[in-house]
Design a protein around this ligand. Structure first.
Ligand code: COA
Ligand code: MG
Length: 290
């Protein structure tokens, strides 16, 4: 299956028309039209109308379009979901998913929407962390359309009362558990936001950490964060060169039928060839965007 790069996923407050327009010119892989936390209660209806008009109006090129709805337990959630289903974005991002049953409810309500509209789940409650396995397993039920996790680290900090240092020590359990659960059931996973958007050095460090943990990309709050995220979540030239070398080595006649070979003094197994193939496919998908 073709890989869709999701290195950078920029949130825009649905109530802020300027940002919705601006996103058409920004190099984010994904744009997330937010109806939830970034929109004040008084602006919910305006935001919904603006977002649906923007998604229906298009002009976002090959950017992936995601609408974050309000929770279904709020006065706005069901209307958000019904209206979003009509304009058929690439995905609907559901906040505060804590159990698979919420995803089944959303999936059933989405039944009239085209198949291409997937469901992404915010992982941002303590209960979600405890239930990660069951939530990720919901991806096996086609009715849920689940295809990506998005970490909500600000909410997790609030709910757990953790304090994050610059290495996000207290968050490592949440982040690793979410990546592990996502991979167990074949879905993508995006890291939480970095609030200090003027501190690009700190932001880069956090992107690197997210990548090391296995994240596919990072959710963003400001345009300045896009270029660093795109860079850090792309395979480096050295990584692509090494991947191509591994693939080529296994194609040598003397290596046919072998499970483990030596490349540049390192043991390389068939699993490394699979990793190499993914690296090359991701690099090609990124190159094809420009
Ligand atoms: N998406 C698209 N464009 C954005 C943007 C975003 N998230 N954030 C800022 N911009 C635009 C601004 O409109 C401005 O464009 P312009 O100069 O062409 O008019 C430009 O980028 C520079 O913005 P800047 O002045 O540096 O920031 P700001 O003070 O206007 O906004 C925030 C700061 C944090 C309020 C704003 O970035 C924001 O709302 N971020 C998203 C918040 C969000 O969605 N949170 C929910 C998920 S955690
Ligand atoms: Mg949240």
């Amino acid at each position: 299956m073709a890989i869709r790069p999701r290195r950078s996923a920029l949130y825009m407050p649905g109530s802020n028309a300027r940002t919705l327009e601006k996103a058409k010119t920004l190099a984010a892989d994904v744009v997330i039209f937010d109806l939830e936390d970034a929109v004040a209660p008084e602006a919910k209806d305006l935001a919904r109308d603006q977002v649906m008009a923007a998604v229906a109006g298009g002009g976002y090129g090959n950017r992936e379009l995601v609408v974050r709805i309000n929770g279904l337990d709020t006065p706005w959630g069901l209307t958000d979901l019904a209206r979003a289903a009509e304009v058929a974005p690439d995905a609907i991002l559901v906040p505060k998913v804590s159990s698979p049953s919420q995803l089944i409810t959303v999936g059933q309500a989405l039944a009239p929407a085209p198949e291409k509209t997937r469901v992404w789940a915010m992982i941002e409650t303590p209960l979600a962390i405890l239930n990660l396995r069951e939530i990720a397993a919901a991806a096996e039920d086609p009715v849920t359309r689940l295809s990506c996790f998005v970490l909500g680290t600000n909410d997790l900090v609030k709910e757990t009362r953790a304090a994050l240092d610059e290495n996000r020590t207290a968050a490592l359990f949440w982040l690793s558990a979410a990546v592990t659960a996502a991979r167990a059931f074949g879905i993508d996973v995006l890291d939480g936001v970095y609030n200090a958007f003027r501190d690009l050095e700190g932001f880069r460090r956090e992107c690197q950490q997210g990548r090391q943990l296995g994240m596919d990309g990072k959710t963003l709050i400001h345009p300045d964060q896009i270029a660093p995220a795109n860079e850090i979540f792309s395979p480096t030239e050295e990584e692509v060169a090494w991947a191509r070398k591994i693939i080529a080595a296994f194609e040598q006649p003397e290596n046919q039928g072998k499970g483990a070979i030596t490349v540049d003094g390192r043991m390389v197994e068939l699993l490394h060839r699979q990793m190499a193939q993914r690296t090359v496919a991701l690099a090609e998908a990124i190159a094809a965007k420009s």
